[in-house]
Every structure is written in C-alpha cells, then in structure tokens.
Design a protein around this ligand. Structure first.
Ligand SMILES: NC(=O)c1ccc[n+]([C@@H]2O[C@H](COP(=O)([O-])OP(=O)(O)OC[C@H]3O[C@@H](n4cnc5c(N)ncnc54)[C@H](O)[C@@H]3O)[C@@H](O)[C@H]2O)c1
Length: 146
C-alpha cells in the first residue's frame, strides 16, 4: 500500500499529537511541517526528521503532499483550505472546521470546485464504543431512534 503524504500545518498542541498518533501507521507519512512560527516548525521538524517551513505555499511546492493536515487555530482554517485546494491537495482539518456556517459552506464550495476531499479530524466516531453504538442503532435491535 502506498502511504498518503501529509504536510502538517500548525506545529502546536494538536499538530504534535497528530504526528505522534501517526507513528507506526504505514498508511500515512508526514513530509514536512509548516508554521508561521518558524521556531515551532523547526522544533517539531527536527524531532521527526522533517523539513520545516514558515510559508505554506513554499511548503506545498517543496513537499508536494497528497494532503495537508491543518492544525492551526480555527479562524485560519478557511484561508489555508483555499491555499491547499489551489494546489489540488486534499485536506484533513482539525475540528471545528469553522465557527461560522458561512465559512463552513465556503469550504465545501471550494472542495467541490477544486475536486479535493475535506475531512474533519473528528476522532470520536472511530472509537470502538461509538462504532458499536452506531451498529446497534442501525440494526434497530432495541427499537428505532426517535
Ligand atoms: N488543543 C486541543 O485540545 C484541541 C482539541 C480539539 C481540537 N483542537 C483544534 O485544533 C486546532 C489547533 O489547536 P491547537 O490547540 O493545536 O493550537 P496551538 O495554539 O497549540 O497551535 C497552533 C499552531 O498554529 C500556528 N499557526 C497559527 N496561525 C497559523 C497560520 N495562519 N499558518 C500556519 N501556522 C499557524 C501557531 O504558531 C501554533 O504553533 C484548532 O482548530 C482547535 O480547535 C484542539
């Protein structure tokens, strides 16, 4: 299986968590770290032997990722989705995608127009207890959800 190449954008708390969580996964490989705070990018980059960048366009051009992993504060999600979609790159975006409905709709519009996929990094739906609850609900074993 070929690994999905991810460019991490945002080397703060969640960015560090995402890189840690990817350890041991064969399906993804990080190819770089971008952060407007170059020191943060460099610190995380050097820890994981990754090139670091302070400019997102530069990082996209140099690393040619399949997808970006957006871990910056929520108000910046839309602008980074726009930049990434311009490069035809798919997006994994920390939650909430946006705090504004209009921005969320704009993100969907961009994804449709540029034919890229957007996924919110909402991990809970993959937790075993949530998967199990969904299966029970779909099976209607205990009745229909009202
Ligand atoms: N911290 C949590 O427990 C948590 C939980 C769930 C979701 N999230 C979400 O994760 C996202 C990131 O949160 P965090 O806690 O990791 O934040 P953080 O402040 O720890 O890290 C954000 C990083 O992004 C960088 N940054 C800021 N603006 C940027 C830009 N325009 N371009 C590139 N880099 C930029 C900052 O320099 C910083 O290093 C937010 O959307 C938040 O809602 C956080």
């Amino acid at each position: 299986m070929e690994s999905v190449k991810l460019l991490l954008i945002g080397a703060g708390f969640m960015g560090q968590e995402h890189i840690k969580a990817s350890r041991g996964l064969e399906s993804v490989v990080y190819v770089g770290v971008a952060d407007t705070n170059i020191k943060a990018a460099q610190n995380l980059g050097s820890e994981h032997c990754l090139n670091s960048f302070s400019n997102i366009e530069h990082a996209l051009e140099k690393t040619k990722p399949d997808a970006v992993d957006i871990c910056v504060p929520t108000p910046y999600h839309l602008s980074i989705v726009k930049k990434s979609a311009e490069y035809g790159v798919h997006v994994l975006c920390e939650k909430p995608i946006s705090r504004l409905i209009d921005d969320a709709l704009e993100i969907k519009k961009i994804a449709d127009k540029k034919n890229v996929r957007i996924m919110a990094a909402q991990v809970m739906r993959f937790w075993p207890e949530y998967v199990h609850a969904r299966e029970i609900a779909l099976s209607e074993k205990y009745g229909t959800i009202l």
